[in-house]
Design a binder for this molecule. Structure first.
Ligand SMILES: [Fe+2]
Length: 377
C-alpha cells in the first residue's frame, strides 16, 4: 500500500498535476480491487470453499490417527481413567444398605450455602430435601461457614436457612462463620445462637469449631482462639478430635491450600502443634472445589494420619454440583466412612469417598451429644 502511494505521488510530481495523476491512477486500482473482491467472495462454478478444504484436511488427519492404535489407545485409556477417578462411581444406595449392621452416628458436613440471590436458594433447598428424603436419621450437622452472602442479605438469609434446615430433622447443628458471615458477626451470633469459637462433644468425638473473624479472603483466627484450640488438643488426647475452620490449613495438602486466599492465616501455628499432637480430622470449606477435581481430601505424610477434607460447596457455580460429605462413625470401631454426596443425583460418589482410621474407637450411648463444652475465655 505504501509502495502504491509513493508511485502515484511520483507520477503526479512528474506531470505537475497531482489531482489528474491521482484520478487516472486510482481508476485501475479500484477495478483491480473490485476484481479481487469478486474472486474471493463470489465462488465460480466448480470452486471448493476454503473452509471445506480445511475440514477435509483435519478429518483426514484424525482418520489417519484412528488407524494408528498406538496413538488413540493411550488417549482412550487416559480419558477412561480420568472418568473412573472423578465423575464415575455413583452409589445410590441408602445408608442402611451400606451399613446394615446399624450402630452408626452420622454427620452431614457441608458449607458455602450463601446464595447470590433468591434464584440460588434452590441449591440449599435441594440439598436439604435430598438429606430428608434419601438419608434420613442424620444425627448432627457441621456447617463450615458462608451461610449468608453478607450483611445486607443476613436479615433475609439467616431466617431462610433456619427454616429450610428444619425440614432435614437433624437434632444438633454446629455452625461457624465464614468470610461472608464475618461481614456481620452480630447477626451470625444472634441467628445461630452459637459463639464464634466453641467445642461440642458427641460421645467421645470433640468437634472444635473456629470461625473466621474478619471479612477478608484468608481465614483469620486470633491468637487467643488459637491458644484455646491448642489447650483443647493437648488436654483431649483420649478423644477423637475434629477441627472445623472455613479456610484450610496451608499444610493440609488440599488443592485449595495452594491459594493464599483459601488458607487460615498463620497456619504454621496450628501445624507446629499438629506435628506433636495429631488430631483425627480437619474440615474446611471456602474453596468451592468441584468433586471431579483432585484435592478434595488429603492425608499428608508430614502429619501422623490426619485427614483434611474440603466439604464445599452447596452453592452451585458454573460446572459444579451441589455437594457435601456424610461422615459415618461406627460404634466401638475406629473406622470412619467419609462419603461424598451429590445432592442433585441423590447418590454418593465412590471415587471421592474414603475410609479413615481414627486414633480411638468411636463410643456413643446413642442419646447424649451436642453439648457445647468449651469456649475461649
Ligand atoms: Fe464461599
Amino acid at each position: 500500500m505504501r509502495a502504491a502511494h509513493s508511485h502515484i505521488s511520483g507520477e503526479g510530481a512528474v506531470f505537475g498535476n497531482p489531482g489528474a495523476a491521482n484520478t487516472r491512477r486510482v481508476e485501475p486500482v479500484r477495478d483491480a480491487d473490485a476484481g479481487l473482491k469478486r474472486n474471493i467472495c463470489t465462488p465460480r462454478k466448480n470452486d471448493v470453499p476454503a473452509c471445506w478444504l480445511m475440514i477435509s484436511c483435519i478429518m483426514k488427519y484424525f482418520l489417519g490417527m484412528l488407524r494408528n492404535i498406538r496413538i488413540w489407545l493411550p488417549s482412550v485409556v487416559a480419558v477412561l481413567a480420568f472418568l473412573a477417578q472423578t465423575g464415575c462411581g455413583h452409589d445410590a444406595r441408602a445408608l442402611k444398605d451400606i451399613f446394615p449392621r446399624g450402630d452408626i452416628f452420622t454427620v452431614w458436613a457441608h458449607s458455602d450455602i450463601h446464595p447470590r440471590g433468591n434464584a440460588e436458594m434452590i441449591h440449599y433447598e435441594t440439598a436439604v430435601r435430598d438429606v430428608a428424603d434419601y438419608i434420613p436419621g442424620i444425627n448432627a450437622a457441621l456447617v463450615a461457614g458462608d451461610i449468608v452472602m453478607g450483611s445486607r442479605s443476613a436479615p433475609v438469609q439467616y431466617p431462610w436457612f433456619l427454616s429450610v434446615r428444619k425440614t432435614a430433622a437433624i437434632p444438633f447443628w454446629c455452625e461457624i462463620a465464614g468470610n461472608h458471615d464475618a461481614e456481620d458477626i452480630p447477626s451470625f451470633l444472634r441467628y445461630t445462637g452459637k459463639p464464634l469459637h466453641y467445642a461440642a462433644l458427641f460421645g467421645n468425638v470433640l468437634f472444635i469449631c473456629m470461625s473466621d473473624e474478619v471479612y477478608d479472603h484468608p481465614t483469620q483466627i486470633s491468637d487467643a482462639a488459637f491458644e484455646w484450640w491448642k489447650r483443647l488438643v493437648i488436654q483431649n488426647r483420649d478423644k477423637i478430635i475434629v477441627t472445623m475452620t472455613h479456610g484450610c490449613l496451608a499444610q493440609s495438602g488440599l488443592l485449595a491450600s495452594f491459594d493464599w486466599g483459601q488458607r487460615v492465616e498463620g497456619s504454621e501455628r496450628f501445624a507446629r502443634v499438629l506435628g506433636e499432637y495429631p488430631i483425627d480430622m480437619w474440615i474446611s470449606g471456602h474453596a468451592h472445589t468441584p468433586y471431579y477435581m483432585n484435592g478434595k481430601w488429603s492425608r499428608p505424610f508430614w502429619f501422623k494420619n490426619i485427614l483434611f477434607i474440603d466439604v464445599s460447596a452447596i452453592r452451585k457455580n458454573k460446572g459444579t454440583n451441589i455437594q457435601s460429605y456424610i461422615l459415618v462413625f461406627s460404634k466401638n470401631s475406629p473406622d470412619l466412612a467419609v462419603l461424598l454426596r451429590n445432592h442433585e443425583t441423590h447418590s454418593f460418589i465412590a471415587s471421592r469417598s474414603l475410609r479413615h482410621t481414627l486414633r480411638h474407637p468411636f463410643e456413643w450411648d446413642g442419646r447424649t451429644g451436642g453439648a457445647v463444652v468449651s469456649v475461649p475465655q
